[in-house]
Write a protein that binds this ligand. Structure first.
Ligand code: ATR
Length: 264
């Protein structure tokens, strides 16, 4: 039986097993996908298990997407560009790290038919998923990418990798067409980002990487201001579908059951 695993810390909340086990069954693949909470000192042994074919594939989530890289033999172009890996497997005897968050974000934005080209984008936050979002926005030809983070030096570190990034002071809200909440603020239903969007033109796009809760206070604010809103559910589904395709060579069908699995 094939074995797959998502690792992170914490990992209890991860819905990756639900979605991958559903697709394994649907595609008649004999396998199991589980989750495992790890500490940094467990990474080396785990990768050894992939090398020995004891584990067929890994998904990696916060906080290991960068930390895992020294243990790998090769990186895909997108993993290299973002220095962030979320999917791992053995390919021709080499352990390869992929990044499907870039493609996941891109497909989610295309799914809602938003045209990023020539748009001004504001990203809030500088955590693990942000390099993937910036890379996807660049691929989609955004005109400007601005970024603010509560802790400014983390934003400045990102500018070392993405030189065109414009760093904005925390609390300032520059004119934008699309704003992305990439912070973890919103995971708790009462969380509220202390940012004032009321002076921004109406009809902008408010995107939240968070999908549980479905509608964060950030998205509620966006809606009130007459904006288009979208949560991170589609991004999560597409990054999983792209990982499934890397491991199994099959692009899984995203049906209604998949959507419902994530509404728990
Ligand atoms: P990591 O930083 O380990 O990658 P993450 O969950 O990917 O973790 O990122 C957390 C992001 O949410 C950070 O940008 C964090 O801001 P700081 O760098 O200042 O910590 C941001 N964040 C979390 N809670 C926040 C809050 N209440 N207000 C503003 N930003 C917040």
């Amino acid at each position: 039986m094939k074995k797959f695993l998502v690792i992170g810390n914490p990992i209890g909340h991860s819905l990756s097993p639900e979605i991958h086990n559903y697709w394994l069954k649907k595609n008649d693949i004999v396998g199991i996908y589980e989750k495992k909470e790890l500490k940094s000192d467990g990474l080396r042994d785990l990768i050894l298990k992939v090398r020995k074919d004891e584990i067929d594939g890994l998904n990696v989530t916060v906080p290991f997407k960068k930390e895992i890289i020294p243990f790998l033999d090769e990186l895909s172009l997108e993993a290299e560009q973002t220095q962030s890996v979320n999917t791992i497997c053995l390919e021709n005897g080499k352990i390869k790290g992929h990044n499907t968050d870039v493609g996941g974000f891109e497909l989610a934005i295309k799914d809602v038919k938003y045209e990023v080209a020539e748009k001004k984008i504001l990203i809030i936050g500088a955590g693990g998923v942000v390099p993937s979002i910036i890379t996807a926005l660049n691929k989609m030809k955004a005109a400007r990418i601005m970024l603010c983070n509560r802790t400014k030096n983390k934003a400045e570190k990102l500018k070392n990798i993405f030189s065109d990034l414009e760093i904005v002071e925390w609390g300032e809200v520059p004119d934008f067409n699309m704003v992305i909440n990439a912070t973890s603020s919103g995971l708790k239903i009462d969380d509220n980002l202390n940012l004032d969007f009321s002076k921004i033109e109406k009809g902008n796009f408010f995107y939240d990487v968070i999908y549980n809760p479905k509608e964060t206070n950030f998205l509620k604010k966006g809606k009130k201001l007459g904006g288009k809103t979208e949560n991170g559910k589609k991004m999560f589904i597409y990054q999983a579908a792209l990982a499934f395709n890397i491991w199994h060579g099959v692009y899984p069908k995203i049906d209604n059951n998949v959507n419902e699995l994530l509404d728990k």
